[in-house]
Design a protein around this ligand. Structure first.
Ligand code: ATP
Ligand code: MG
Length: 437
């Protein structure tokens, strides 16, 4: 295991919290994604702690504690500049709205492991350096797969002692994402887990266990009942990650893509666009890529109208998606016929780079030509988007009256500047006078 995974200020802060809780007689562990990531040698995004201390007890110990979800037993503790979630071990009540448990009951580590979604997410880690005593290792197969082991299996690792109630360590070695408990029941309980399965399997490079994948498939249509905010958020996280093409493949295989995009099942083609994007690319470029792969309308306006609701896109995201697809369409259909000024205006748009990266996947040599041309255009007549030599204020001072035609006149003068026909303000004003009457 890499030690880099254990050397972060967040980890040190989380460890201090665990030790402090322990000093007060409570049990406390690192829990969930951070344990999984450490075991994989990845640096966790954040550290979560699970404890048998109630939220009130946690607040008594950490005066700065902030109650964010006391209802769910979650308290935020700030320690040495880190922000750590401390959650009381709990059992989730029934899910009548299929999204969130109606209620939670504070319980034990074992039950807390059992309520978690996937076995590799249900591990605890005791990080205290002085953990002593023999490692308890119940007989292999003491509990059938998917059933809780009690007592838990314990594994000594670099960062401490892993406490495994659900066979998560074994699944980690097999690189399998498997639902805790009965996959069918767990998927029926919270359909968002279907998306989490695709996202996490892709991100971790794991396979989805066949029984879990079967349950995801069986419940795929019911994903429509999950709030669009939650779906949108998962899709964002999925497509933002370099493993996006794998995630989209899994969504397709498990029958989820068509539910998310509200398309006919199996209507998508390959994943050329998603797979061809650079690892790091600004959101919503991957969304545009996925839409092109799914064979949805590539027209910007139609795409935004289509996806805004299903993915709960913000106005800003909608505008960016529109700009990306619109720039792409103009690049592919109009570029050679555009004037120098039009090319410069298009190339200086915020989402032009995104559009060009999509074009490079579809028409590599044409995209190369555009890239070269843009480089040349950047070097002439002040570059792609120089500050205008003549502004609206300049025109007003010279006696022009704002009204219809004012903006057009400004644009015309600016275009002339972009093309080198106007080289200073005097020439710009002269052109405005000639054209403005
Ligand atoms: P990531 O690294 O992408 O954040 P994560 O596993 O840490 O993945 P979180 O959403 O941060 O995901 O959740 C933290 C932990 O809470 C998970 O590891 C899992 O144990 C539990 N969890 C999260 N969402 C669910 C869910 N829908 N059902 C059951 N358990 C969940
Ligand atoms: Mg997390």
């Amino acid at each position: 295991m890499s030690t880099e995974a254990h050397n972060s200020p967040d980890r040190a802060a989380a460890q201090r919290i665990v030790l402090r809780l322990r000093a007060h007689g409570f049990t406390a562990y690192f829990a969930g994604g951070c344990v999984r990531d450490e075991l994989l040698g990845r640096r966790p995004d954040d550290y979560d702690i699970a404890t048998d201390a109630t939220p009130n007890a946690v607040r008594d110990i950490f005066k700065s504690a902030l109650e964010v979800g006391a209802h769910f037993g979650v308290v935020i503790v700030k320690m040495d500049g880190a922000v750590i979630e401390v959650a009381t071990f709990r059992t989730d009540g029934p899910y009548t709205d299929r999204r969130r448990p109606d209620s939670v009951r504070f319980s034990t580590a074992r039950e807390d492991a059992a309520r978690r979604d996937f076995t590799v997410n249900a591990l605890f880690l005791d990080p205290s350096p002085e953990v002593a005593g023999p490692v308890r290792q119940p007989e292999r197969g003491a509990a059938p797969a998917g059933v809780v082991h009690d007592p838990p299996r314990e594994h000594r690792v670099d960062g401490g002692l892993v406490i495994d109630y659900v066979g998560g360590v074994e699944d980690m070695h097999r690189r399998v994402l498997r639902a805790v408990g009965n996959p069918d029941a767990r998927l029926a309980e919270d359909h968002l887990r279907a998306l989490r399965a695709a996202r996490l399997a892709a991100k971790l490079g794991f396979e989805v266990d066949p029984a879990t994948a079967g349950a995801v498939k069986a419940h795929a249509a019911e994903l429509g009942g999950v709030s669009r905010e939650r779906i949108g958020e998962e899709v964002r996280r999925m497509l933002d990650h370099p493993s996006r093409a794998r995630a989209a493949t899994l969504l397709g295989e498990m029958g989820l893509a068509s539910v998310i995009l509200e398309t006919v099942p199996g209507s998508g083609g390959g994943l050329m666009h998603l797979a061809g994007l650079p690892a790091e690319c600004p959101w919503p470029t991957p969304l545009a890529a996925w839409l092109l792969d799914a064979g949805l309308p590539a027209d910007g306006r139609a795409a935004v109208a289509r996806l805004r609701r299903p993915l709960c896109l913000s106005n800003e995201e909608g505008a960016a998606l529109y700009a990306t697809l619109d720039s792409l369409a103009r690049l592919e259909h109009e570029w050679p016929r555009l004037s120098v000024a039009q090319k410069k205006r298009l190339a200086s748009g915020a989402w032009f780079g995104a559009a060009l990266s999509l074009m490079a996947i579809r028409r590599a040599s044409e995209a190369d030509t555009v890239t070269k041309e843009v480089r040349e255009l950047s070097a002439v007549h002040g570059g792609l988007a120089p500050p205008p030599m003549v502004t609206g204020d300049d025109l007003i001072r010279a006696g022009f009256v704002p009204g219809p035609g004012f903006k057009r006149l400004l644009d015309e003068v600016y275009d002339a500047q972009l093309e080198g026909r106007v080289r200073n303000q005097a020439e710009g004003m002269e052109l405005a006078r000639v054209r403005g009457v």
